[in-house]
Design a protein around this ligand. Structure first.
Ligand SMILES: Cc1cc2nc3c(=O)[nH]c(=O)nc-3n(C[C@H](O)[C@H](O)[C@H](O)COP(=O)(O)OP(=O)(O)OC[C@H]3O[C@@H](n4cnc5c(N)ncnc54)[C@H](O)[C@@H]3O)c2cc1C
Length: 408
C-alpha cells in the first residue's frame, strides 16, 4: 500500500483483517494524509479547516466514541445589514425554529424550497438521486427554486467552504450526495484533531505494518521502490494524493485543483454562545469562519477561543483580519494571529460528468485508490479504499498471505 491517507488505511485494514500481510509505505511522518494536525502554543491546529460529517456512510468504520467528537450545530450564521442571524436545522435544536424561520435568507417560498431540497437529498434512495439528470450545482439549485437570495446569502458561501469553489460548477450529483450527508449526520471535531481519524485506522494495522517517512519513487504490480530499497509484493495499491498517483502510474489522469487558505486566530474568549459556522458575506474574501473551540473545547489549552477562517484564493492574514473580526463582531486588535496555511492540492474537482467509482484495478497486480477515484471527501477516500480492498482480494485469493519481502 503506497500512502497512509484514509483511502490507503481503509484498504489496508480490510486486507489485514482478511489475512493478507499488508505493508503501508507512507512518505510523511504521520498517518492520515490530508487529515493532518499539529500543536501550536497548546492549540490543536488542523492543516486547513476540516470537519468529520457523521452522515457519511463509511463513518460506520470509525469508532466515533474514541474520537470524542465535539459538535457544531447543523447550520450557519449569516450577516445581513450589520445584523447576524442563525440558520439552524431545527431537528438539531428545536428551539431554533422561530429564529431560523425568520432569518433573512430569502422569501418564504425559498425557505420552503430549501426544506424540499433537503428532504429530497436526505431521504430519497441514492440510486434515485443519481438517476436525476446531471447539471452543475448552480443549475440544479436554480431549478429547485434556490437561485435567489438564499443562494447568495446562505447556500453559495456554505457550499463554497465544502466544495472549495464558489461558482458552483460542481456536479449536481455530488451536491445531492453531500447535502444528503448534512441532512443525515452531524458535524464534529475529534478531541485530538482531524489527524486522529487516520491514526485510529492506522492503529488497527498489525505491528510493523506502517512505514512512515518512506517515500515511494516507483511502482509496478510486483513491488515498490523506496529510498530504503525495493519491496516486493503480490499486489501494489497506489493510494497517494492524485498528483503523485499520476506521476507514479503512467497514463493515469488525476488532479486536485481545489485549494484553500486558512488563518488561525486566538481570542480571549468566544464571542458566541453556540457552535455555529459563520458564513462569509457576498463580495468578501472569506468563505467561512468558525470558533473551533465552541464545538471542541479541547482544541484550546485554557478557555481561549481558537478561530479558523478560510478563503478560496490565497490571502495574507493582514488582508482578511478586518473581515474575520467583523464576522465575529470583535475588534481586529482582539485577534491574535496564531498561524496561516495554504493547502494547494486540497481536493479534486467533482464537475460533470461525475465519475463515481472509477476503475481501481489497473491490471498486472497494480491498483489505485483515493478520493480522486470516488468523491473528493473523507467518504470518497474511505469508500474507495474499501472498494479497492475487495478488488485486491478478488485478485489475490487463494494466494493471499504471501507477503512482501524487503530487498536492495
Ligand atoms: C483543507 C482541507 C479541507 C478538507 N475538508 C474536508 C471536509 O470538511 N470534509 C471532507 O469530507 N473532506 C474534506 N477534505 C478532503 C479530504 O481530506 C480528502 O478527500 C481525503 O482525506 C483524501 O484522502 P486520500 O487517502 O484519498 O488522500 P491523502 O489524504 O492525500 O493520502 C495520500 C497519502 O499518500 C502519501 N504519499 C504521497 N506521495 C507518496 C509517495 N511517493 N510515497 C508514499 N506515500 C506518499 C501522502 O503523504 C498521504 O499520506 C479536505 C481536504 C483539505 C486538504
Amino acid at each position: 500500500m503506497v500512502g497512509a491517507g484514509l483511502a490507503g488505511l481503509s484498504a489496508a485494514t480490510r486486507l489485514a483483517d482478511a489475512g493478507c500481510d499488508v505493508h503501508v509505505v507512507e512518505a510523511a511522518g504521520h498517518a492520515g494524509g490530508r487529515l493532518a494536525t499539529e500543536r501550536i502554543d497548546g492549540f490543536v491546529v488542523d492543516r486547513g479547516f476540516q470537519v468529520l460529517n457523521t452522515g457519511y456512510p463509511r463513518v460506520a468504520d470509525l469508532d466515533l466514541d474514541a474520537l470524542e467528537l465535539g459538535w457544531f450545530l447543523t447550520g450557519a450564521r449569516i450577516w445581513v445589514d450589520g445584523r447576524s442571524s442563525a440558520v439552524v436545522d431545527p431537528r438539531s435544536r428545536p428551539a431554533s425554529l422561530p429564529r431560523t424561520a425568520t432569518a433573512p435568507i430569502g422569501s418564504l417560498r425559498e425557505k420552503a424550497a430549501l426544506v424540499a431540497f433537503s428532504l429530497r437529498a436526505g431521504y430519497l434512495p441514492v440510486p434515485r438521486l443519481l438517476a436525476a439528470p446531471e447539471r452543475t450545482a448552480a443549475e440544479a439549485l436554480q431549478r429547485a427554486g434556490l437561485g435567489g437570495t438564499v443562494l447568495d446569502r446562505f447556500l453559495r458561501p456554505f457550499l463554497a467552504g465544502v466544495l472549495l469553489e464558489d461558482r458552483l460548477e460542481t456536479s449536481s450529483r455530488y451536491l445531492d450526495l453531500l447535502w444528503r450527508s448534512f441532512v443525515r449526520g452531524r458535524i464534529g471535531l475529534p478531541t485530538r484533531g482531524m489527524q486522529s481519524v487516520g491514526e485510529q485506522l492506522a492503529g488497527r494495522l498489525p505491528a510493523g505494518a506502517l512505514h512512515l517517512d518512506c517515500p515511494v519513487t516507483a511502482v509496478t504490480g510486483a513491488g515498490v521502490q523506496t529510498g530504503a530499497g525495493r519491496i516486493a509484493a503480490d499486489a501494489v495499491v497506489v493510494a497517494t494524493d492524485p498528483t503523485t498517483a499520476a506521476g507514479l502510474v503512467p497514463g493515469l489522469t488525476a488532479s486536485a485543483p481545489r485549494q484553500v487558505t486558512t488563518h488561525l486566530h486566538v481570542l480571549p474568549g468566544s464571542p458566541w454562545d453556540e457552535a455555529l459556522l459563520v458564513l462569509g458575506r457576498p463580495g468578501g474574501q472569506l468563505v467561512n469562519s468558525a470558533v473551533l473551540t465552541d464545538a471542541q473545547p479541547r482544541y484550546g489549552p485554557d478557555g481561549r477561543a481558537l478561530v479558523a477562517s478560510s478563503t478560496l484564493a490565497p490571502t495574507w492574514e493582514a488582508d482578511v483580519r478586518e473581515e474575520i473580526a467583523r464576522a465575529h463582531g470583535v475588534a481586529p486588535a482582539d485577534l491574535a494571529h496564531l498561524t496561516s496555511v495554504t493547502v494547494p492540492h486540497a481536493q479534486p474537482a467533482a464537475v460533470p460528468p461525475l465519475q463515481l467509482r472509477r476503475g481501481v484495478d489497473l491490471g498486472d497486480g497494480l491498483f489505485v485508490c483515493g478520493d480522486h477515484r470516488d468523491t473528493p471527501s473523507i467518504q470518497g477516500a474511505m469508500a474507495g479504499g474499501a472498494r479497492t480492498a475487495r478488488a485486491v482480494l478478488r485478485r489475490l485469493r487463494p494466494s493471499a498471505g504471501s507477503g512482501p519481502t524487503l530487498g536492495p
